[in-house]
Write a protein that binds this ligand. Structure first.
Ligand code: SF4
Ligand code: SF4
Length: 375
């Protein structure tokens, strides 16, 4: 049984403890940092360990978002980022709280960002304890794998490998797939829960290549596989044409509608996804429906917070008091008028729309259920 009100109290206590440890200027900087307000993505809150990436993958969207190929670490200290994350009203603290995803707009283990990433994993795990996942293409040598292992009791590693035939063309400055298979081995041997991240699936991908990537990952110790579709922007299509991507016609056929500017459009890939799932299943790989599912598994948590669930054992979903859902509303300055229990928790609430959204995110991760709000 969990208590929503205790979860809120825990957040408040942690904030006052962390504030004591920060100087006034560090505190001011943390308070206005975007991590303190950014809404979580479906997989949890993205945590930026740096900006930019030197690996220059042609299918990467960060360059269209204004980030460069000269990476630099995030400016906040571990304590500051811990404060910023904890002060985010949408975020629940603790191992049963909001999952944290490292690596959205950078590669977390490049030379420039590695120290910062290890500092963030270690500080966030010891003060907040939230489930942490990272995705990487860096070659993780044995020493780094054991440093990662030491930085947190549990962490979820996703090693990205999407092609063994076109990596020189598509990922010109990233470590080779051979090195990444070795990363899976080193992380797994160090005791880190490691999963193959096959995202983005590439148009033109053939079954033999899927078989090679999945079986070599499993041999290296991967616990399973997370698959994701490709998203394109106008500039990305231009870059792919420029390098003569051999499956351009197939890619273009998969675009639903128009691609304009920096807006990311997800390609139609159900057929390729099915091919990857079927092959992974044949090879005995565990298929996680999403990156957060691997993160939950790494931390031994069950979750049914979205339509892809339940993940883990549904009998282990936490129980909670319905009255507390109403009472929690007060902390968000909203009025929870009705609560209907079920597979999804349905609530009728009145008040500021932004506060209702933050309330929903918090309640969703604490209860590990879908929370649907109607004003
Ligand atoms: S490694 Fe990741 S962040 Fe870096 S360029 Fe490639 S896709 Fe982008
Ligand atoms: S149910 Fe599974 S996929 Fe959905 S949010 Fe929870 S862990 Fe993620």
């Amino acid at each position: 049984m969990i208590s929503l009100l205790e979860a809120w109290e825990k957040k408040r206590e942690l904030l006052s403890m962390l504030k004591e440890k920060l100087s006034q200027s560090e505190f001011e900087e943390s308070k206005k940092d975007p991590h303190s307000l950014r809404p979580p993505r479906p997989c949890g809150l993205t945590v930026h360990t740096g900006f930019g990436c030197a690996f220059c993958c042609v299918y990467c969207y960060i360059y269209d978002m204004g980030f460069t190929s000269k990476p630099r670490p995030y400016p906040l200290s571990g304590l500051q980022i811990s404060y910023a994350i904890s002060s985010n009203p949408s975020v629940a603290i603790g191992v049963g709280g909001t999952p944290l995803a490292f690596g959205a707009i950078t590669e977390p283990f490049m030379d420039e960002s590695r120290k910062k990433t290890l500092e963030y994993i270690s500080t966030i795990s010891s003060y907040l304890g939230n489930p942490i996942q990272f995705s990487t293409k860096t070659f993780i040598e044995r020493d780094l794998a054991s440093e990662i292992r030491k930085s947190a009791e549990k962490v979820s590693a996703l090693v990205t490998i999407v092609t063994t035939s076109l990596y020189k063309l598509l990922e010109p400055k990233a470590p080779s797939p051979d090195e990444r298979f070795m990363s899976i081995e080193n992380l797994s041997r160090a005791g880190v829960h490691t999963v193959l991240f096959l995202r983005p699936i590439l148009p033109g991908m053939k079954i033999d290549e899927v078989e090679e990537i999945v079986s070599r990952s499993l041999d290296a110790g991967a616990r399973g596989i997370v698959v994701g579709s490709m998203r394109v922007t106008e500039k990305m299509i231009r870059r792919l044409k420029c390098i003569n991507y051999p499956y351009m016609d197939d890619l273009l056929k998969r675009i639903p509608g128009m691609v304009r500017g920096d807006k990311q459009v997800t390609l139609r890939m159900n057929d390729l996804k099915k091919m990857v799932y079927d092959e992974a299943w044949k090879l005995g790989a565990r298929i996680y429906p999403s990156a957060c599912a691997a993160n939950m598994d790494a931390h031994g948590i069950s979750c049914n917070a979205c339509d892809m669930g339940p993940c883990g054992d549904p009998d282990n979903l936490p129980g909670f008091e319905l009255d507390e859902v109403r009472a929690l509303g007060k902390y968000y300055e909203i009025r929870v008028e009705k609560v209907i229990p079920g597979d999804a928790l349905k609530i009728k609430a009145s008040g500021d729309k932004m506060r209702i959204k933050q309330f929903v995110e918090f309640a969703k991760w604490v209860t590990k259920r879908k929370v649907l709000a109607k004003s």
